[in-house]
Design a binder for this molecule. Structure first.
Ligand code: DNO
Length: 349
Protein backbone atom coordinates (compact mmCIF):
# COMPACT_ATOMS: atom_id res chain seq x y z
CA UNK A 1 0.00 0.00 0.00
CA UNK A 2 1.14 3.53 -0.71
CA UNK A 3 0.25 5.90 2.10
CA UNK A 4 -1.17 9.22 1.01
CA UNK A 5 -2.78 12.29 2.56
CA UNK A 6 -5.25 14.80 1.23
CA UNK A 7 -3.98 18.35 0.98
CA UNK A 8 -6.09 21.31 -0.12
CA UNK A 9 -3.17 23.34 -1.44
CA UNK A 10 -1.68 26.58 -0.21
CA UNK A 11 -4.91 27.62 1.51
CA UNK A 12 -5.05 24.46 3.58
CA UNK A 13 -4.35 25.24 7.24
CA UNK A 14 -2.49 21.91 7.26
CA UNK A 15 0.97 22.65 5.89
CA UNK A 16 2.47 20.22 3.42
CA UNK A 17 5.69 20.22 5.46
CA UNK A 18 3.72 18.80 8.40
CA UNK A 19 2.29 16.05 6.25
CA UNK A 20 5.80 15.10 5.23
CA UNK A 21 6.67 14.55 8.90
CA UNK A 22 4.18 11.69 9.21
CA UNK A 23 6.33 8.54 9.04
CA UNK A 24 5.91 6.42 5.89
CA UNK A 25 4.02 9.15 4.00
CA UNK A 26 4.41 8.62 0.26
CA UNK A 27 2.03 10.71 -1.78
CA UNK A 28 -0.14 13.81 -1.64
CA UNK A 29 -3.73 13.72 -2.84
CA UNK A 30 -4.82 17.09 -4.15
CA UNK A 31 -6.47 19.07 -6.95
CA UNK A 32 -6.69 22.45 -8.64
CA UNK A 33 -9.34 24.28 -6.65
CA UNK A 34 -9.67 27.63 -8.36
CA UNK A 35 -11.14 26.51 -11.68
CA UNK A 36 -14.93 26.18 -12.01
CA UNK A 37 -16.27 22.64 -12.31
CA UNK A 38 -16.20 21.44 -15.91
CA UNK A 39 -13.42 23.73 -17.13
CA UNK A 40 -9.95 22.72 -18.28
CA UNK A 41 -7.09 23.05 -15.78
CA UNK A 42 -4.08 24.93 -17.13
CA UNK A 43 -0.96 22.85 -17.64
CA UNK A 44 0.97 25.55 -15.87
CA UNK A 45 -1.08 25.36 -12.68
CA UNK A 46 -0.85 21.56 -12.70
CA UNK A 47 2.94 21.73 -13.04
CA UNK A 48 3.19 24.31 -10.26
CA UNK A 49 1.21 22.10 -7.93
CA UNK A 50 3.35 19.10 -8.83
CA UNK A 51 6.46 21.10 -8.07
CA UNK A 52 5.18 22.11 -4.63
CA UNK A 53 4.36 18.53 -3.78
CA UNK A 54 7.69 17.22 -4.98
CA UNK A 55 9.61 19.95 -3.18
CA UNK A 56 8.09 18.57 0.00
CA UNK A 57 9.55 15.17 -0.84
CA UNK A 58 6.22 13.61 -1.72
CA UNK A 59 4.72 12.16 -4.90
CA UNK A 60 2.14 13.88 -7.07
CA UNK A 61 0.35 10.67 -8.01
CA UNK A 62 -3.30 11.06 -7.05
CA UNK A 63 -5.86 13.71 -7.94
CA UNK A 64 -9.03 14.01 -5.88
CA UNK A 65 -11.11 15.09 -7.63
CA UNK A 66 -11.60 16.06 -11.19
CA UNK A 67 -15.26 16.88 -10.57
CA UNK A 68 -17.90 15.91 -13.11
CA UNK A 69 -20.06 18.76 -14.39
CA UNK A 70 -23.76 18.48 -13.49
CA UNK A 71 -24.75 18.55 -17.20
CA UNK A 72 -22.91 15.24 -17.70
CA UNK A 73 -24.80 13.66 -14.80
CA UNK A 74 -28.03 15.10 -16.14
CA UNK A 75 -27.25 13.89 -19.68
CA UNK A 76 -27.94 17.31 -21.23
CA UNK A 77 -26.87 18.08 -24.82
CA UNK A 78 -24.30 20.50 -23.41
CA UNK A 79 -22.49 17.53 -21.82
CA UNK A 80 -20.27 16.94 -24.86
CA UNK A 81 -18.20 20.06 -24.29
CA UNK A 82 -17.73 19.16 -20.62
CA UNK A 83 -16.73 15.60 -21.53
CA UNK A 84 -14.16 16.95 -23.99
CA UNK A 85 -12.81 19.18 -21.23
CA UNK A 86 -12.69 16.19 -18.90
CA UNK A 87 -10.64 14.21 -21.42
CA UNK A 88 -8.27 17.14 -21.79
CA UNK A 89 -7.81 17.23 -18.02
CA UNK A 90 -6.94 13.53 -18.02
CA UNK A 91 -4.32 14.14 -20.74
CA UNK A 92 -2.82 17.12 -18.94
CA UNK A 93 -2.65 15.33 -15.60
CA UNK A 94 -1.04 12.32 -17.29
CA UNK A 95 1.61 14.64 -18.69
CA UNK A 96 2.39 15.62 -15.10
CA UNK A 97 2.78 11.97 -14.16
CA UNK A 98 -0.53 11.53 -12.32
CA UNK A 99 -1.46 7.87 -11.87
CA UNK A 100 -4.95 7.90 -10.35
CA UNK A 101 -7.93 10.26 -10.71
CA UNK A 102 -10.73 10.12 -8.17
CA UNK A 103 -14.19 11.48 -9.02
CA UNK A 104 -17.79 10.88 -8.09
CA UNK A 105 -21.13 10.71 -9.84
CA UNK A 106 -23.42 11.95 -7.06
CA UNK A 107 -26.15 14.30 -8.26
CA UNK A 108 -25.72 17.83 -6.84
CA UNK A 109 -24.41 16.94 -3.40
CA UNK A 110 -21.14 15.27 -2.63
CA UNK A 111 -20.81 13.74 0.84
CA UNK A 112 -23.51 14.97 3.19
CA UNK A 113 -23.61 15.34 6.95
CA UNK A 114 -26.14 16.99 9.21
CA UNK A 115 -23.65 18.43 11.70
CA UNK A 116 -19.93 19.11 11.37
CA UNK A 117 -18.96 19.68 14.98
CA UNK A 118 -20.75 17.16 17.15
CA UNK A 119 -18.99 16.96 20.48
CA UNK A 120 -18.14 13.38 21.47
CA UNK A 121 -17.85 12.27 25.11
CA UNK A 122 -14.04 12.69 25.01
CA UNK A 123 -14.31 16.36 24.01
CA UNK A 124 -13.31 15.85 20.37
CA UNK A 125 -15.71 16.86 17.61
CA UNK A 126 -16.82 14.79 14.65
CA UNK A 127 -18.99 14.88 11.55
CA UNK A 128 -22.34 13.17 12.05
CA UNK A 129 -25.42 12.25 10.09
CA UNK A 130 -28.56 12.10 12.16
CA UNK A 131 -31.74 11.08 10.39
CA UNK A 132 -33.95 13.34 12.48
CA UNK A 133 -31.74 16.33 11.63
CA UNK A 134 -31.81 15.36 7.96
CA UNK A 135 -35.58 15.18 7.92
CA UNK A 136 -35.69 18.77 9.14
CA UNK A 137 -33.27 20.01 6.47
CA UNK A 138 -34.47 21.71 3.34
CA UNK A 139 -31.73 21.64 0.70
CA UNK A 140 -33.47 24.46 -1.17
CA UNK A 141 -33.46 27.03 1.61
CA UNK A 142 -29.85 27.94 0.85
CA UNK A 143 -28.47 26.99 4.26
CA UNK A 144 -26.88 23.69 3.39
CA UNK A 145 -23.18 23.82 2.66
CA UNK A 146 -20.36 21.40 3.24
CA UNK A 147 -16.63 22.03 3.28
CA UNK A 148 -15.99 19.21 0.80
CA UNK A 149 -18.23 20.42 -2.00
CA UNK A 150 -16.65 21.20 -5.31
CA UNK A 151 -19.46 23.54 -6.30
CA UNK A 152 -21.52 26.00 -4.47
CA UNK A 153 -24.83 27.10 -5.86
CA UNK A 154 -27.09 30.04 -5.19
CA UNK A 155 -30.57 29.26 -3.95
CA UNK A 156 -32.04 29.85 -7.42
CA UNK A 157 -29.44 27.75 -9.20
CA UNK A 158 -30.07 24.92 -6.81
CA UNK A 159 -33.82 25.07 -7.39
CA UNK A 160 -33.21 24.98 -11.13
CA UNK A 161 -30.95 21.93 -10.88
CA UNK A 162 -33.46 20.12 -8.68
CA UNK A 163 -36.07 20.83 -11.33
CA UNK A 164 -33.86 19.28 -14.02
CA UNK A 165 -33.30 16.16 -11.91
CA UNK A 166 -37.04 15.48 -11.99
CA UNK A 167 -36.34 13.92 -15.40
CA UNK A 168 -33.48 11.75 -14.11
CA UNK A 169 -34.30 8.59 -12.21
CA UNK A 170 -31.79 5.89 -11.30
CA UNK A 171 -31.89 4.21 -14.71
CA UNK A 172 -31.34 7.51 -16.52
CA UNK A 173 -28.42 8.23 -14.22
CA UNK A 174 -26.94 4.82 -15.06
CA UNK A 175 -27.30 5.65 -18.75
CA UNK A 176 -25.57 8.99 -18.28
CA UNK A 177 -22.75 7.37 -16.33
CA UNK A 178 -22.30 4.72 -19.03
CA UNK A 179 -22.13 7.38 -21.72
CA UNK A 180 -19.50 9.28 -19.75
CA UNK A 181 -17.38 6.18 -19.08
CA UNK A 182 -17.46 5.02 -22.69
CA UNK A 183 -16.09 8.42 -23.66
CA UNK A 184 -13.41 8.88 -21.03
CA UNK A 185 -12.06 5.39 -20.25
CA UNK A 186 -10.37 4.95 -23.66
CA UNK A 187 -8.57 8.25 -23.05
CA UNK A 188 -7.55 7.14 -19.55
CA UNK A 189 -6.20 3.92 -21.05
CA UNK A 190 -4.26 5.77 -23.72
CA UNK A 191 -2.74 7.97 -21.00
CA UNK A 192 -2.29 5.12 -18.53
CA UNK A 193 -4.26 6.92 -15.81
CA UNK A 194 -6.49 4.84 -13.56
CA UNK A 195 -9.97 6.30 -13.05
CA UNK A 196 -11.38 5.61 -9.58
CA UNK A 197 -15.00 6.46 -8.83
CA UNK A 198 -15.85 7.39 -5.25
CA UNK A 199 -19.00 5.78 -3.86
CA UNK A 200 -22.01 7.80 -2.81
CA UNK A 201 -21.96 9.06 0.74
CA UNK A 202 -24.26 8.11 2.34
CA UNK A 203 -24.97 5.21 -0.03
CA UNK A 204 -28.65 5.80 -0.73
CA UNK A 205 -30.78 8.53 -2.35
CA UNK A 206 -31.10 11.75 -0.37
CA UNK A 207 -33.39 14.75 -0.86
CA UNK A 208 -35.19 12.80 -3.59
CA UNK A 209 -32.09 12.68 -5.81
CA UNK A 210 -30.95 9.32 -7.19
CA UNK A 211 -27.71 7.69 -6.04
CA UNK A 212 -26.30 4.55 -7.66
CA UNK A 213 -22.75 3.78 -6.46
CA UNK A 214 -24.12 2.41 -3.25
CA UNK A 215 -23.83 -1.36 -2.81
CA UNK A 216 -22.21 -4.53 -4.12
CA UNK A 217 -24.78 -5.25 -6.81
CA UNK A 218 -24.48 -1.73 -8.21
CA UNK A 219 -20.69 -1.68 -8.01
CA UNK A 220 -20.65 -4.95 -9.98
CA UNK A 221 -22.84 -3.29 -12.57
CA UNK A 222 -20.58 -0.24 -12.63
CA UNK A 223 -17.44 -2.32 -13.22
CA UNK A 224 -19.13 -4.20 -16.05
CA UNK A 225 -20.17 -1.01 -17.84
CA UNK A 226 -16.59 -0.81 -19.05
CA UNK A 227 -14.71 -3.93 -18.07
CA UNK A 228 -11.23 -2.45 -17.88
CA UNK A 229 -8.80 -1.84 -15.05
CA UNK A 230 -8.91 1.83 -16.06
CA UNK A 231 -12.50 1.88 -14.87
CA UNK A 232 -11.91 1.32 -11.18
CA UNK A 233 -12.84 2.30 -7.68
CA UNK A 234 -11.94 4.60 -4.87
CA UNK A 235 -13.18 2.30 -2.13
CA UNK A 236 -14.34 4.47 0.75
CA UNK A 237 -14.97 2.32 3.82
CA UNK A 238 -16.79 5.09 5.67
CA UNK A 239 -19.15 5.93 2.80
CA UNK A 240 -20.20 2.40 1.94
CA UNK A 241 -19.95 1.42 5.60
CA UNK A 242 -22.49 3.97 6.73
CA UNK A 243 -25.32 1.62 5.75
CA UNK A 244 -26.00 -1.72 7.42
CA UNK A 245 -26.47 -3.55 4.11
CA UNK A 246 -22.80 -3.35 2.99
CA UNK A 247 -20.33 -5.99 4.17
CA UNK A 248 -17.20 -3.89 3.90
CA UNK A 249 -14.57 -6.58 4.52
CA UNK A 250 -16.14 -8.89 1.92
CA UNK A 251 -16.40 -6.08 -0.62
CA UNK A 252 -12.82 -4.90 -0.14
CA UNK A 253 -11.69 -8.51 -0.49
CA UNK A 254 -13.66 -9.06 -3.69
CA UNK A 255 -12.74 -5.85 -5.50
CA UNK A 256 -9.09 -5.79 -4.44
CA UNK A 257 -8.74 -9.42 -5.61
CA UNK A 258 -10.22 -8.26 -8.94
CA UNK A 259 -7.58 -5.49 -9.00
CA UNK A 260 -10.24 -2.87 -9.48
CA UNK A 261 -9.50 -0.81 -6.35
CA UNK A 262 -6.90 1.84 -7.09
CA UNK A 263 -7.42 4.07 -4.10
CA UNK A 264 -8.65 3.32 -0.58
CA UNK A 265 -10.22 5.86 1.75
CA UNK A 266 -10.05 4.26 5.15
CA UNK A 267 -12.03 5.58 8.09
CA UNK A 268 -14.39 4.27 10.70
CA UNK A 269 -18.03 5.09 11.39
CA UNK A 270 -20.28 4.24 14.26
CA UNK A 271 -23.66 3.06 13.01
CA UNK A 272 -26.66 3.90 15.14
CA UNK A 273 -29.84 1.88 15.25
CA UNK A 274 -32.04 4.22 13.25
CA UNK A 275 -29.59 4.34 10.32
CA UNK A 276 -27.85 7.49 11.56
CA UNK A 277 -24.09 7.46 11.98
CA UNK A 278 -21.23 9.28 13.63
CA UNK A 279 -17.70 9.44 12.27
CA UNK A 280 -15.24 8.03 14.75
CA UNK A 281 -11.50 7.60 15.26
CA UNK A 282 -9.91 5.03 12.94
CA UNK A 283 -9.20 2.54 15.75
CA UNK A 284 -11.65 -0.37 15.28
CA UNK A 285 -13.18 -0.40 18.79
CA UNK A 286 -14.25 3.24 18.28
CA UNK A 287 -16.60 2.45 15.40
CA UNK A 288 -18.58 -0.27 13.66
CA UNK A 289 -15.95 -1.26 11.09
CA UNK A 290 -13.09 -3.65 11.72
CA UNK A 291 -10.15 -1.75 10.25
CA UNK A 292 -7.69 -4.57 10.94
CA UNK A 293 -9.78 -7.01 8.91
CA UNK A 294 -10.05 -4.48 6.07
CA UNK A 295 -6.28 -3.96 5.94
CA UNK A 296 -5.72 -7.72 6.25
CA UNK A 297 -7.68 -8.49 3.09
CA UNK A 298 -5.81 -5.76 1.23
CA UNK A 299 -2.55 -7.31 2.36
CA UNK A 300 -3.70 -10.80 1.41
CA UNK A 301 -4.54 -9.57 -2.09
CA UNK A 302 -1.16 -7.81 -2.49
CA UNK A 303 -2.80 -4.41 -2.72
CA UNK A 304 -0.26 -1.93 -4.05
CA UNK A 305 -2.57 1.05 -4.66
CA UNK A 306 -2.94 4.26 -2.70
CA UNK A 307 -4.48 4.47 0.75
CA UNK A 308 -5.38 7.58 2.61
CA UNK A 309 -6.66 7.96 6.13
CA UNK A 310 -9.99 9.62 5.50
CA UNK A 311 -11.82 12.11 7.70
CA UNK A 312 -10.62 12.58 11.21
CA UNK A 313 -12.17 14.16 14.26
CA UNK A 314 -10.95 17.51 15.52
CA UNK A 315 -8.75 16.81 18.53
CA UNK A 316 -6.22 18.63 20.71
CA UNK A 317 -7.88 21.98 20.10
CA UNK A 318 -7.20 21.98 16.37
CA UNK A 319 -9.44 24.14 14.21
CA UNK A 320 -9.77 24.00 10.46
CA UNK A 321 -11.62 22.26 7.69
CA UNK A 322 -14.07 19.79 9.29
CA UNK A 323 -12.92 16.23 8.72
CA UNK A 324 -9.55 17.36 7.38
CA UNK A 325 -7.47 18.43 10.34
CA UNK A 326 -3.91 17.17 10.72
CA UNK A 327 -3.84 15.42 14.06
CA UNK A 328 -6.52 12.77 13.92
CA UNK A 329 -5.77 11.91 10.31
CA UNK A 330 -2.09 11.56 11.23
CA UNK A 331 -3.08 9.15 14.02
CA UNK A 332 -5.10 7.24 11.43
CA UNK A 333 -2.11 7.15 9.08
CA UNK A 334 0.11 5.67 11.77
CA UNK A 335 -2.53 3.15 12.81
CA UNK A 336 -2.81 1.91 9.21
CA UNK A 337 0.98 1.83 8.86
CA UNK A 338 1.27 -0.14 12.09
CA UNK A 339 -1.21 -2.73 10.94
CA UNK A 340 0.54 -3.08 7.58
CA UNK A 341 4.00 -3.39 9.15
CA UNK A 342 2.72 -6.06 11.53
CA UNK A 343 1.23 -8.02 8.65
CA UNK A 344 4.45 -7.79 6.65
CA UNK A 345 6.60 -8.92 9.55
CA UNK A 346 4.35 -11.73 10.70
CA UNK A 347 4.00 -13.09 7.23
CA UNK A 348 7.72 -13.10 6.55
CA UNK A 349 8.45 -15.37 9.48
C1 DNO B 1 -15.10 13.42 1.32
C2 DNO B 1 -14.45 12.97 0.08
C3 DNO B 1 -15.32 13.18 -1.12
C4 DNO B 1 -14.60 12.82 -2.39
C5 DNO B 1 -15.40 12.97 -3.63
C6 DNO B 1 -14.67 12.40 -4.80
O1 DNO B 1 -14.45 13.76 2.24
O2 DNO B 1 -14.02 11.68 0.18
O3 DNO B 1 -15.71 14.51 -1.16
O4 DNO B 1 -13.46 13.64 -2.52
O5 DNO B 1 -16.63 12.40 -3.52
O6 DNO B 1 -15.09 13.00 -5.95
Amino acid sequence: MKLSFRWYGENDPVKIGYIRQIPSMYSIVTAIYDVPVGEVWSQESIMKLKEKVEQAGLKFDVIESVPVHEDIKLGLPSRQQYIDNYKENIRRLAKAGVKVICYNFMPVFDWTRTQLDKELPDGSTALVYYKDQLNRMDPLNGELSLPGWDSSYSKDQLAEIFEKYKAVDEEKLWGNLEYFLKEIIPVAQECDVLMAIHPDDPPYPIFGLPRIITNEKNIDRFLELVDSKYNGLTFCTGSLGSAHFNDIVAMVDKYSAMRRIHFMHIRNVKLLEDGSFEESAHYSPCGSLDIVEIVKVLYKNNFDGYVRPDHGRMIWGETGRPGYGLYDRALGAMYLTGIWETLEKTNKK
